[in-house]
Write a protein that binds this ligand. Structure first.
Ligand code: AVJ
Length: 321
């Protein structure tokens, strides 16, 4: 079967579309202003994120890719042939391409909230892998996860790369993992990429690249708010600030107001004092052991962990117990 139309299916679960305006107004009204990191990824932001991933300092992407490449035979052995491979937050399905030829899943089920983008990327994938069944699901992976059809005896495996789990505070991360566990069911698996704790200098450099991509990525939030909500942020008067919080084991990204300034959105005024921060992202870092403990809380059992030689990044295979 080479006609991709026969192998491609689309299931719309009609995710609730977040209200960008309401979310931003709520976050900025807080006594500690914040903007959700999920809003980084408009067109410009997605392009900047790619630039970050290709930068010298940002090691996670290339390290995870090389772990998967180097350990592919081992990974395939653990996941088993003929699985149903499900990817929450699949985006451009770039990393799954590293698995497909070796794994040969029965079907690949990308889950993404962005309908048009998901349809485009899933269809491209079905055309590229001329044997692959692609069952795309439009849904929000931070909400309830449900498969569009019942599968009995097949082994279900979720793929969650990129240390996306690090964006969530540990308690929230457990909830996300629990949702994934319920989706894959008893005996189902999870292949997940997690950034590791390491020397603060390496972490600080990764979120403060010399080319300034991360700074621009961070400030692009304000550009987006200006454009989409008709706000009047003076973007030049905010500074990118990212640092490793050693006690909390997380990178924190902020936008710092360089002077006192007032911003108007709709009929609401927001006053930013000099040096006041807007929190834009946490990126939690784990030790292998700490992450395994976290996944145990969500009902997973650690089966195997792969890392690179320098222990920068980890890829875990877990089974729902
Ligand atoms: C996509 C959430 C894994 O936390 O490293 C990169 C996003 N932010 N540089 C991360 C990000 C700043 C990235 N994640």
């Amino acid at each position: 079967m080479t006609d991709s139309s026969q192998r491609y299916q689309f299931f719309d679960q009609h995710p609730e579309i977040a209200d960008f305006r309401a979310d931003i107004l709520q976050g900025l009204s807080s006594s500690e202003p914040y903007i959700s990191p999920k809003y980084f990824y408009d067109e410009a932001g997605s392009r900047l994120f790619e630039d970050i991933c290709n930068s010298e300092e940002y090691y996670p992407t290339r390290t995870e890719v090389s772990i998967i490449r180097d350990c592919i035979d081992d990974i395939v052995e653990f996941l088993g042939k003929d699985c149903l491979l499900i990817e929450p937050g699949s985006g451009d399905s770039y990393k799954v391409r590293l698995l497909l030829d070796a794994l040969r899943p029965i079907a690949y089920l990308p889950i993404d909230i962005s309908k048009r983008y998901l349809q485009d990327e899933a269809q491209k994938l079905a055309a590229e892998f001329t044997w692959l069944n692609v069952h795309a699901i439009c849904a929000d992976f931070t909400g309830k996860l449900e498969l569009p059809y019942h599968v009995k005896s097949t082994n279900k495996v979720a793929f969650f790369p990129g240390s996306t789990i690090g964006n969530f505070a540990p308690e929230q991360a457990v909830k996300v993992l629990e949702e994934i566990r319920m989706m894959v069911g008893n005996g189902g698996g999870l292949l997940i990429g997690v950034d590791l704790q390491k020397d603060a200098a390496i972490l600080n450099a990764a979120y403060n690249d010399k080319s300034g991509y991360t700074a621009e990525f961070n400030k692009n939030l304000l550009v987006r708010i200006n454009r989409e909500l008709g706000a009047n942020f003076d973007v030049e008067q905010f500074q990118h600030y990212a640092f490793y919080n050693e006690e909390q084991h997380r990178i924190e990204m902020h936008l710092i107001s360089m002077q006192e300034q007032q911003v108007v959105i709709d009929d609401q005024d927001f006053l930013f004092k000099k040096d006041q921060s807007i929190l834009t992202e946490y990126s939690h870092k784990y030790s292998v052991e700490k992450f395994q403990q976290l996944t145990e809380q969500a009902g997973f059992k650690s089966v195997k962990t792969w890392t690179d030689k320098e222990q920068l990044f980890s890829v875990h295979y877990l089974i729902s117990s």
